[in-house]
Design a protein around this ligand. Sequence first.
Ligand code: SAT
Ligand code: MN
Length: 596
Amino acid sequence: MSEHQAALASIPNEHVRRWVEECIKMCQPDKVYVCDGTKEERARFFKEGCETGVFIELNQKKLPGCYYHRSNPNDVARVEHLTFICGPTEDLAGPTNNYWNDKEAYAKLKTLFTGCMKGRTMYVVPFVMGPIGSPLAKVGVEITDSLYVAVSMGIMTRMGKVAWQQLGDSDEFTECLHSVGDCNPERRYICHFPLDNRIWSFGSGYGGNALLGKKCLSLRIASFLGQQQGWMAEHMLLMGVEDGKGDKNYVAAAFPSACGKTNFAMLIPPQKYANEGWKVTTLGDDIVWMWADENGRLRAINPEYGYFGVVPGTNSRSNPNAVKTIQKDTIYTNVALVPLEDGTYDVWWEDSDMPEPKKAIAWDGSEWTPGCGKKAAHPNSRFTAPMHNNPALDPAAEDPAGVPVSAIIFGGRRSKTIPLVYQAFNWIHGVYVGATIGSETTAAATGQVGVVRRDPMAMLPFIGYNVRDYLTHWFKMRKKISDPPRIFCVNWFRKNDQGKFMWPGFGENMRVLEWILNRCKGRAYAQETPLGWMPRPEDINMDGLDLDPKTMQELQSINADDVKSELLSQQELFLKLGGDMPKEMIFQRELLISRL
Ligand code: SAT
Ligand code: MN
């Protein structure tokens, strides 16, 4: 026990120390290690991980500082059906979350956590979400028995001593307790206790279930805290756009998981725009926290410190900056491994720049050859990379004061019905538009892929409390903001009758972004439609893009029957909320019906 005592003694905050002591008693680890976040520690972790099989070293000449990790094949995505909001009343969780009574959840999970770290090391991982010194920065401490999680938290958050400094003597930190357990899906629970500022996650080692600073703290717990304290935690990317004439604006955009947030956040403007001096810079690719400053401007920070992005499809056409970002100090999870002649390994994935290998080891460890009928990389395989690797990182990414937001964009993956872009009439209408977006499901979560589901603000799996109160909070935020950001809806994924994407996407999205920013400045034309303000085809700059005008028209077409079916499928959300639906939502819906 004396070794445990020494570890405990190295924790400078007494509240954390007391909590870790309780967790040691419950989990009974062999060793306790308190992370300091230094480079030396990282190197040791990787060395140790390579010895124990947690990591495989990749070819260090080609990919310096890069390692490979393979997760259990039954553990490759978020498990929404095993994710719970726990508290004394069901009303806290609301109709879109799985609810679990807190006393029952604690009791059940205590039986699982008791003794679960016997023979293992407990890593104590102190971390900060948000730039150090930001009014919104939050401290968390994750206790985990996964080396992969400890190392990944070191990339995704500001981890180590800096967190003790930020915390000081305060007891305001999120308790994040995690164990992979025996990685059995029958004993897998991701539990949030918003009223206790606490997360207990058992039985999974996958990112969104196990890196508790990410979706669990920065979205579920933070969205609840934001509602209590008057700020917002959203599933959004954050980017800066400079127009070559010295005008710079910031845009936040919400898309469901695996719908191209990372690609959009790292967009490289097409040649025509580059020639004119346009520049896009990244602040974040997944999460923003926003608040109204003393002048009533909405400001935003990215709480994270790294990117946890989807690998398949990442190439120099879809995302050149991401390709550069993942050349060093990156963890590749569940892509394919390619054995090289010198005995080292490279990585490969579908739709990459690298030529297809003649032979590889698939994500699940099995042999892979071209045409063998299975994917080499898992569709939800991921890179974990430091944001400072991004050549287009925005200079304000570490600014504690955040950046002012000019536009908020909502989007989904929709093969039909939803046009390329439109603008909401005002904030209240914009909240309705965001609240009713639908998207075809992706591999980021376990379950059927490709079915349309309502995903309010792309937050359906991440709202840590009652969706009724979440929507009301959005409406209420309007009162705090003097000149609210303009709100837009986009759809890069509309298909033609042959099932082909009509819009080229990626860098060409710059053209839509230009119209959006011009609208924010009152500089672009738009026509009124039942859905909102829409550009005429000639209002989108098509210089240097070979897209026939008919396709553009089709991309922007509104079919009244399709929109009526869309309204019907919004019923899903309205029925779920029943009498709890905020009246603004009902009113906006009626307005839309009358416009149709
Ligand atoms: O949940 S993760 O953060 O692992 C990935 C995602 O769904 O966005
Ligand atoms: Mn996400």
